[in-house]
Design a protein around this ligand. Structure first.
Ligand SMILES: [Ca+2]
Length: 520
């Protein structure tokens, strides 16, 4: 990037139109930009599709500097979203792994006008670091913040990407955040957006910022950007909260030609091997009790009480039913009343694989869920492939996905990373194929063989049970209407594949006896 240093110290260029010098400078600039574009094409650079803000400290021509204070940071995206300084962010000449960066003292930031035209997905990438000398300030210092109205920037429809929860030092890293449903609002760089007053201001150095008004269609496309940034700045990629969730329709869906392979990978590029201990076509006359059992440790989310009689087999399907009924067992616990529901879990545990089901959620506000849960003495995790409230008002098309950590290293510390894909159809309308690729590297959620969400697998490395259930979720889906009950969640099959070397069945007795690797 040495070519960029040609313009160092010429920060006033942008405000001095009219002179012959500027005229020739502009021609020179155009020629150099053309050369830069060729160079960018050669090393690709970041994707330009949906790029709405691009601040790049390695491009000195974009930094307007007076007395070492960066007063303005010009947007390279072409969208004209130039950043105006608050306070006195300083130019670091070449102290960021040999490159320039912008130093924020905890009393500086930048403000930028809204970068998106309408509510939708936003993906932000930031290259930053905090040196030991900058450490020790307040927590939750902002890297990027988008805030409209009076709502806090860490609540929908706003967005914030913080440096770290604490203010520890960290080496140059690429941090990523991708969220849907973000409203257009002023952007803060190194401070909370939507105000000239600094808040949660950063003590650290920012090298590059990319903000897109789109999600990323594949994990691969996201990695193209993080790889570009990591290589350019000598940074590591930090994606704990990252994830991509599809917006809009699935596009072309694969056709199931070979039922012995995942719908998402009919060419078997993944080298999948069918794993029978967790597979079941549900075509027999009765449930295979060598594989499945009721859940004993939990009675259901009140007021709905799990009841084994609500788990049946019918016409080649596993059927989980929710009913409006009062049963004698409810007398023992007043939290449970009026509704019974159903749950079924695998007896054994496993980890990693491709897990695919064909199913139709129940047509009521009772939940239909396909999930994994597991826990030992020191850890507890969960992956929700889907939690659907197919007749919950306004949520009929919402495909809710999540991944939770409840306990880590013996300490309860719940956090989760979720996403919602809006299906084009009401989800209870018919059977569809739902899949989860759970690998050591990533979690990829599929509908009809097409990815709808992906996130790096930072924590889900312990064995879990596979679970189907239906719950009342009064706080989320509301209670089902009487006329919608009984309603049933039907599962035609569950098919599971493994790759060589991945774990098979794991018994409960092994959960604590074996020392699993740390969650992260
Ligand atoms: Ca079947």
């Amino acid at each position: 990037m040495a070519r960029c240093f040609l313009w160092r110290g010429d920060g006033a260029r942008w405000q001095a139109p009219g002179s012959m010098k500027t005229f020739f400078n502009n021609i020179l600039t155009a020629l150099l930009l053309a050369a830069l574009n060729v160079a960018a094409a050669a090393d690709n650079g970041p994707s330009r599709e949906g790029l709405r803000l691009w601040l790049d400290a390695s491009d000195a021509g974009t930094l307007e500097v007076q007395d070492n204070v960066v007063t303005r940071w010009r947007d390279k995206s072409g969208a004209g979203h130039h950043a105006t300084a608050l306070g006195k962010p300083a130019l670091l000449e070449h102290d960021f792994n040999g490159h320039p960066a912008v130093r924020m003292s905890g009393r500086d930031g930048f403000r930028v006008a809204a970068v998106a035209g309408k509510t939708g997905p936003i993906t932000a990438f930031v290259v930053s670091r905090r040196t030991a000398a900058q450490a020790g300030g307040n927590g939750w210092q902002r890297l990027v913040s988008i805030r409209s109205g009076d709502i806090a920037d860490n609540k929908p429809p706003n967005l914030c990407l913080s440096a770290e929860a604490k203010s520890d030092a960290y080496a140059p890293s690429v941090k990523v955040m991708s969220k849907d449903g973000i409203a257009p609002g002023p952007v803060g760089i190194g401070t909370v957006g939507g105000s000239d007053r600094l808040a949660n201001a950063l003590q650290g150095d920012i090298a590059e910022v990319l903000i897109y008004d789109r999600g990323f269609v594949s994990e691969g496309a996201l990695r193209d950007v993080t790889d570009y940034l990591a290589a350019k700045w000598g940074a590591t990629v930090d994606r704990k909260d990252a994830g991509w969730t599809r917006t809009g329709p699935l596009g072309p869906t694969p056709e199931l030609v070979n039922a012995s392979l995942p719908l998402a990978d009919q060419q078997n590029q993944g080298g999948w091997i069918k794993f029978e201990p967790f597979s079941d076509e549900f075509n027999g006359p009765a449930l295979d009790t060598t594989k499945w059992e009721p859940m004993r440790q939990w009675k259901g989310r009140a007021p709905g009480l799990f009841r084994s009689s609500n788990v049946t087999m019918d016409n080649g399907c596993l059927v989980l039913t929710m009913r409006k009924e009062t049963v004698p067992e409810m007398a023992k616990d007043p939290r449970y009343h009026d509704y019974t529901s159903a749950i079924l879990q695998t007896i054994r545990y496993t980890r990693y694989g491709y897990f695919e089901i064909r199913a139709r959620p129940m047509n009521s506000a009772g939940s239909s869920s396909f999930w994994f849960a597991g826990g030992g003495k020191t850890w507890r995790i969960e992956i929700d492939v889907f939690e659907i409230g197919a007749k919950a008002l306004g949520r009929e098309k919402a495909y809710n996905m999540n991944a939770h950590v409840f306990r880590e290293n013996g300490k309860a510390d719940h956090w989760s990373t979720g996403g919602v894909w809006q299906a084009p159809w009401p989800l209870a309308d018919g059977f569809h194929v739902y899949g989860l690729e759970w690998s050591p590297q990533q979690l990829v959620y599929h509908v009809d063989g097409v990815a709808v969400r992906s996130l790096p697998n930072t924590h889900w490395h312990q064995p879990m049970r596979l679970i189907f259930d239906s719950e009342t979720m009064p706080d989320w889906f509301g209670l089902p209407k009487d006329e919608d009950l009984p309603s049933s969640f039907r599962v035609d099959y569950v098919r599971v594949w493994k790759r060589p070397g991945w774990e098979g069945v794991i018994g409960e007795e092994e959960l604590d006896a074996r020392s699993w690797e740390p969650l992260k």
